[in-house]
Design a protein. Structure first.
Length: 130
């Protein structure tokens, strides 16, 4: 099953893809009026069957919930939530470990965080099926 991971932010949205258990950060999309059409295109091109959105704690949760509802309606795909606590820190740690320069890390952070969200989701689902 192909999954799209989304790390929602008010300014930018990280996107990652899981295919056959392999997770890859795709990139970052500016959160603008064209965000849904761009995500729809990515979903179609990659035959995505489900979208996994990082679920934050606190005041951003309502924004994420509204975004996710519109995303589901625009793509026609089911959306599930995955706790995203510490995924940005985890993403930065991974990039530091891979010796990615700070300037490039800033550009990739949201996409790598989306990949972390997908990895956590896959681990959770694997644990539930045992």
């Amino acid at each position: 099953m192909n999954l799209l991971g989304v790390d929602f932010g008010l300014k930018k949205i990280g996107i990652a893809l899981a295919q056959n258990g392999f997770v890859q950060a795709l990139g970052v999309i500016k959160n603008s009026s064209t965000v849904f059409s761009k995500i729809v295109k990515i979903c179609q091109e990659n035959e995505v069957e489900k979208i996994i959105v990082g679920s934050p704690q606190g005041k951003l949760f309502l924004e994420v919930k509204m975004f996710s509802q519109k995303l589901s309606s625009e793509t026609g795909l089911p959306v599930e939530f995955q706790d995203e606590t510490l995924t940005s820190r985890e993403a930065i740690a991974k990039m530091v470990q891979e010796r990615i320069k700070r300037k490039k890390r800033r550009k990739l952070e949201d996409a790598v965080a989306a990949a972390c969200i997908l990895e956590e989701y896959l681990l959770r689902k694997e644990g539930e099926s045992v």
